[in-house]
Design a protein around this ligand. Structure first.
Ligand SMILES: Cc1cc2nc3c(=O)[nH]c(=O)nc-3n(C[C@H](O)[C@H](O)[C@H](O)COP(=O)(O)O)c2cc1C
Length: 201
């Protein structure tokens, strides 16, 4: 079976710059033989974690909404692409709320010590982060990277690599930066190749 990858788009704009860059990484991963499901997170209907702590005792969330099917899917995926713009120095709200709901994985792994992802699965899983920011300032991606790295630990899908482009307020259109588009394609392709290789071992 082909490696299964989920690509999370955190931008509200389905045809914005983040989507354009994500599509290159997705194209690369597909060319490497992976199956990729794109999830436009701001389009989902769901609420944030309410800390009812149902997941402390159960391998499930007490809320039932559009996030629910993804708990099972995130146990099964072989790779993850996260494509998110910087908003207020971090991850945009909808995507952040989506990630927070994976407290289901946190409780299983760290509280009950019954991880939802097997060591064999974890061994070949990888995450590629793509992020863009409008500003040209130091530390623009620090918040995004810290959150995504934490999420990668929680769901046992190790942080592998990244493509970052700041200064989008001047760049305007990401396609005018072919080297960045190429990096996204190549990293998507390379991640797909590595996952395929490791799954065959
Ligand atoms: C609500 C909001 C907050 C933002 N906050 C930041 C920020 O803190 N740092 C930054 O570099 N860019 C910030 N930006 C700019 C976006 O990261 C940038 O415009 C990006 O290219 C948007 O991606 P898109 O084309 O997919 O919409 C913000 C944009 C919005 C709409």
């Amino acid at each position: 079976m082909a490696p299964q990858i989920i690509a999370l788009l955190g931008s509200p704009r389905p045809k914005g710059n983040m989507a354009k860059l994500m599509n290159e990484a997705v194209r690369g991963a597909r060319d490497a033989g992976c199956e990729v499901e794109i999830v436009h997170v701001p389009k989902l209907t769901f609420g944030p974690c309410k800390e009812i702590l149902y997941c402390q005792e159960h391998a499930a969330c007490g809320l039932n909404d559009d996030v629910t099917p993804y708990f099972e899917k995130f146990r099964d995926i072989d790779g993850l692409i996260v494509a998110t713009p910087v908003m207020t120095m971090g991850i945009p709200g909808a995507l952040k709320s989506f990630l927070d709901r994976f407290q289901v994985f946190f409780m299983a792994k760290y509280f009950r010590k019954e991880p939802l992802v097997s060591p064999e699965k974890k061994a070949h899983r990888r995450t590629l982060l793509l992020s863009i920011g409008g500003e040209n300032i130091e530390h623009d991606f620090d918040g995004v990277i810290l959150s995504i790295k934490a999420f990668c630990h929680i769901i046992d899908c190790p942080y592998w690599d990244e493509v970052l482009q700041n200064n989008m307020d001047e760049v305007i259109d990401i396609t005018t930066r072919p080297e960045v588009m190429k990096a996204a394609y190549e990293k998507g392709y390379h991640m797909g190749e590595l996952i395929t290789r490791d799954m065959a071992e």
